[in-house]
Design a protein around this ligand. Sequence first.
Ligand code: C2G
Length: 131
Amino acid sequence: MRKVITFGTFDVLHIGHIRILQRAKALGDHLTVGISTDALNYAKKQKDAVYSETDRMEIVRSIVGVDDVFLEHSLELKGHYIQQYGADILVMGDDWAGRFDHFKSLCQVVYLPRTDGISTTSTLENIRLRA
Ligand code: C2G
């Protein structure tokens, strides 16, 4: 069984998130998703996620094709997570291209093109304009 792992905040879920998860799962038989904790998200983006870590876990867990989710506490623990979850492939959007090449000793590393024209930030802005 080829195990795929990917990571993200997955806040205010949108089609870009769905498409990376679908494409990640298509590369293997089992998909594990590391969800950034609220604290890690703040550290990455200097702003709070709209949805709590608990809600983001439950939302991503409910997506067809996602087999397992866990809380990602630190970007520095990625190697530990890859080994803990027995991942054969690490998949990330290409906004992270090159950033995880050092894990090639542990697993295959694949960067997939991001979905253009959509982000959590732009989605929130669109909502504000319509509120
Ligand atoms: N993504 C995408 N297309 C978009 C937006 C996001 O393919 N239009 C991808 C990102 O490249 C990432 C995943 O969706 O692979 C999750 O995106 P975020 O929730 O923004 O996660 P990020 O802040 O990139 O966290 O350990 C790595 C980090 O936790 C990744």
